[in-house]
Design a protein around this ligand. Sequence first.
Ligand SMILES: Nc1ncnc2c1ncn2[C@@H]1O[C@H](COP(=O)(O)OP(=O)(O)OP(=O)(O)O)[C@@H](O)[C@H]1O
Ligand SMILES: [Mg+2]
Length: 464
Amino acid sequence: MALKSDKHAVIWTRTKDGPLKMADIVVTPKQTRFSYTRDFIAYDADYGKRFLAGGVSLLAPPHIYKTEQITYQAKDSIPLYPRLMSMLPARNENNIQRRLYTRILEKSAVPPAPGLDTDWEILLLSAHNGIGHLDVFRDDLVAEHYYNDPAQRHLLTSRSAYWKQIQAEIQNTVYDIDESELLDAFGPTPSVGGMIPKILVSIPDTDNWQGEFASPGTREVDGVPYVDVILKIEPMGYEGVLALEALCLDLHRQLGFEVPAFWLSRIDGMRVLAIRRFDRSEEGYPIPMESFFSVFAIGDRYFQSNADTDLEQMAYRIARLGKVANLDVRATQQEIYRRLLVALFTGNGDLHLENLSFLGGSEQVRLAPVYDPAPMRAWSRHNTRFAIPLIFDDELGGLRENMLRLGEAYQFSRRQAENLLEEVAAQTADYLEQVVALEAVPQQNKDLLIETLEKERKILMKEK
Ligand SMILES: Nc1ncnc2c1ncn2[C@@H]1O[C@H](COP(=O)(O)OP(=O)(O)OP(=O)(O)O)[C@@H](O)[C@H]1O
Ligand SMILES: [Mg+2]
């Protein structure tokens, strides 16, 4: 039964051999349905392993589904296929991109109704050349036009209307852009999720970056090589957050984690942090990237939000993924457990299911490198220990005992977990001194982080 409100779209991806249509998709208020194209199935069969190709989700592998239709039943909190949901700019009024896209849509001839209709239009406006390898368009003509007309991909500089508008939004000033200009500036620009304002650009791959940037995908300007980055811009109310994130990225690197290159700088008086994208190959081709949120929500019909799982279950969900995707389950679990320990000792209470992702297609997939390790516990409204709950067994003891027990789910023996905990404690021993030394961070945030972490350390170490 075709409802009047059925929505149609197509998904394409960019391969070494050019743009390729992947799937046709239909969304109704009750479900999302899609099926792969024959061309894509053939391509995936040939190149799936070599080029990290991948389907719409790790749980929808093209070599298994072939042209069979894949159906997802809508839920109140996740009305669209979760993989598409996580391509939408976050639903909070502070999200600059959502605000701007909504403004563009309000001015259109037939503004969409709030809710799913608006989300859908935002997806069609913004979900191409973003994070990962999926490009969503209204139809094939729009897709072909987008790939064939480079002007569509927009030229970004610090003088462009796009940048001036972002700057105005962040500084809470008015930039007098008219509506058609707004669409020109933002229409072809991909959006990124998350709370901190950010844009996708490319910057010179040099040690002393001066804040220049260009459109994503730019490989070179005047002989200088450029790299694709996520550019985070420090918003009001979160002074110092980028300096703290940079400190934690650096710490993770020292502890042997895989961490992307990053650059701290200023542009037009605003503090920025550029982080090299790991969802692009050396040559600039997209690599599939899917968040834990998307994988868990697709794989579990009862799943509604971050709070519908806990840290122990998360380990088992990863093990289940290993049954359908070529994933080193043990290595993935162990790495996550180590990240959880570092999060505890650094005050990153924000390790939620969009801050963990898989990289690659189902035939060759691994955990994405560390990203977004900012110690959000320095802000009282984010001061929680873990975004994903750790279920306590009170009979077992306190945080230390429960954390060590959690290690079993992540394939560490108690002894190994204990050693790891001690190791991370030692490796983060001078972390708070480094926080104190950061000039960009307001005193009250330093104080809160110090107070919180000194207590945590005591609880974590006391039962020795
Ligand atoms: N280096 C990277 N390469 C590729 N994708 C990335 C990278 N860093 C972040 N992302 C993607 O961009 C999204 C937003 O980035 P990030 O999590 O750093 O932002 P945030 O605003 O701090 O998020 P939050 O709302 O969790 O605080 C991530 O969820 C992830 O999908
Ligand atoms: Mg994040």
